[in-house]
Design a protein around this ligand. Structure first.
Ligand code: HEM
Length: 236
């Protein structure tokens, strides 16, 4: 049973998730190439910049949905998609930044540095992106093994980076702030869920007694029995 679930996650769902991750990029490429009469509108540079930023933020939030989904459905294999989703968020945001630097600003580093210093929404966006760099660099299984519990702590930076991404979005919107507020609401919901689940956990004292007997953790599903049978690629 576990083996068929494992195969479903690995050979069917994972490729589908990968396709979903690439879809916004495909949409942009089709718009640039004018496939089937598609176009990026009157301002393609702005459209590309915005699409990359928006999908970077979408994927950050989708990545944060993995743990609640696993807890709600009890289906442990959600975790198999987390690294792919997190890295997709990072690459869209790196693309967003590089597109801004190379195309929007013509690779004028001085202008970029001035922007970071003078425009608060750029400062905040840049800080968010910088926080994601160590997370992307330590997303390998070797880094997870090397860092152990510290990996988990380090990767909590994703909450701060997503919050900064929402602030960045809110600040750059000129009139209608409804959409960035929906993003704040989604983030609040996801963080609220985690806080609530943490509160519902047994106290630290009880937890350490339990852990001594059987190591079980929400964030370390590979220590759970199901994951002992499903060793490959458990973490983002
Ligand atoms: C965590 C990092 C970041 C996230 C989540 C993010 C996300 C976003 C989002 C959602 C938008 C609005 C898209 C829309 O209106 O549809 C946006 C716009 C923008 N972002 Fe970012 N961004 C990040 C980092 C950066 C960085 C590092 C830069 C440049 C240094 C940057 C420059 C811009 C610019 C110039 C715009 C368009 C502003 C305008 O049209 O006036 N962003 N970003």
């Amino acid at each position: 049973m576990a083996a068929s679930q494992e195969q479903l996650a690995r050979f069917v769902l994972k490729p589908l998730v990968l396709l979903g991750c690439l879809a916004p990029l495909g949409w942009l490429a089709a718009g640039v190439a004018g496939v089937g009469g598609m176009s990026l509108g009157v301002n393609p540079v702005e459209e590309i910049l915005h699409t990359l930023g928006k999908w970077g933020l979408n994927f950050l939030l989708i990545t944060l949905c993995v743990t609640p989904l696993r807890q709600i459905t009890g289906w442990v294999y959600w975790i198999r998609f987390r690294r792919m989703l997190g890295l997709t968020a990072f690459f869209y945001l790196l693309g967003h930044f590089l597109f801004y630097l190379l195309v929007d600003q013509g690779f004028y580093l001085r202008v970029l540095i001035e922007d970071i210093a003078r425009r608060p929404y750029i400062t905040v966006g840049f800080a968010g992106l910088m926080l994601l760099v160590p997370l992307a660099l330590t997303s390998t299984k070797a880094a997870m093994r090397r860092l152990g519990r510290r990996w988990q702590k380090l990767h909590r930076l994703v909450y701060v980076a997503t919050f900064l991404g929402c602030v960045h979005y809110y600040w750059q919107v000129k009139a209608d702030v409804r959409e960035p507020l929906y993003y704040f609401a989604a983030l609040t919901l996801l963080l609220g869920w985690r806080w609530w689940k943490r509160r519902a956990r047994p106290s630290r004292e009880m937890e350490s007694t339990v852990r001594r007997r059987r190591p079980v953790s929400d964030d370390y599903p590979q220590s759970q029995p199901e994951f002992r049978q499903a060793p490959a690629n458990p973490r983002p």
